[in-house]
Design a binder for this molecule. Sequence first.
Ligand code: SF4
Length: 418
Amino acid sequence: MWLSGHSNPDYRTINYFRGKRLKDQIQKLFAEVVRLLHDLNYLSLDVQYINGTKIESAANRYTFVWKGAVEKNKAKLETKIEAVLHEIASQIKQDQSALSKDETPKPIDSGELRTRLAALNENVKDIDKPTWKNIKKLEEDYLVRLEKYENQLEILGERNSYSKTDEDAVFMRLKDDHMQNGQFKPAYNTQISTDNQFITHYSIHQTAGDTTTLEEHLSGFEQQYGKQSKEVIADAGYGSEENYEMMEQKQIDAYVKYNYFHKEQKRAQKQNPFLVQNLYYNESENYFVCPMGQKLTHTGQGERKSRNGFISQVDYYEAKRCEGCPLRGMCHKSTGNKKIEINHKLNEYRAKAREMLTSERGLFHRSKRPIEVEAVFGQLKSNNKFSRFTLRKMDKVNIEFGLMSIGHNLRKLAKKAS
Ligand code: SF4
């Protein structure tokens, strides 16, 4: 109002500007504000404190479509369609050619069903009542439902769920009540990078876990500013083999925790001689030694595939004879000999991460992380009450979050400048 000389744009104008004019511009606008802050020396763009939070979609809560349910219902429907087609075929003996010459039943799609129905309507003369009823059932009920399931699977793509009133939203467990009880709600996973409590980058994702979002998030940062930050600080949710490898390739100093980082620092863990990480490993001859001095020899290799297709190499080791060992009760619960599975590459990355996180710089970043990205989420969600989007669909949610981030940065600038 101050900028426009107190002329009051009505809500439609604001909505039009927000939804249409800002489309494809919001990221650029956001990056310009960040560059301005960089030029004013408020931030460096050399470091990213990264974390994510799930923000509820504007969609209605009970509008879920689950991939498992759709696939199950579709399979049941296909069986029914096959049965009805078979019945029709036996009813119209003289016109079986109009159906299918292929005797082996196979899943039928809506296109194929349409073709078969068209052939039936065209070729079969003097249809009797039961056959006519079956054709109508196929046309008016089964075909419609089959098309609906196909459409739902197309919308789902790689996702496991979506909401009928915001097809881009995914059902995620949100811990948003005071007891931190989880509830499945349609939501988006928003990832942010902060530097000196300013948001320097954001990205919106359709997966509940943070692990798989990191590469896209970091690539977005690089595209936006034409360079990658030197350091990345993130919690254990990002500490996967593929993420460590990707950051190594991008020459980023990764202060990224992994599962059990805190647990393994505890004395009880460090002193437990039966834990895999505490067994002696002879690298040159590739065997482990158990607390009884027995060798766990290499028995083979295998592969593990992550959710987004990353393949990890694992090695298997087995003790020769655990029978009669007095330490067995403390060592393992399996009926045979002790078997372990090792991902050597991941262990190397973890060792490097441990070194980074316990270095002087690592301790500095670890102490700063809660007042960086966590504090920014606190301001957005608690202070500004931004816990639910008001717009629907990915492009609009992106605009809304971009505006929130610009608002946050300008508020922070005003505070720091005063
Ligand atoms: S149970 Fe087997 S692996 Fe465990 S300490 Fe005894 S001999 Fe070694």
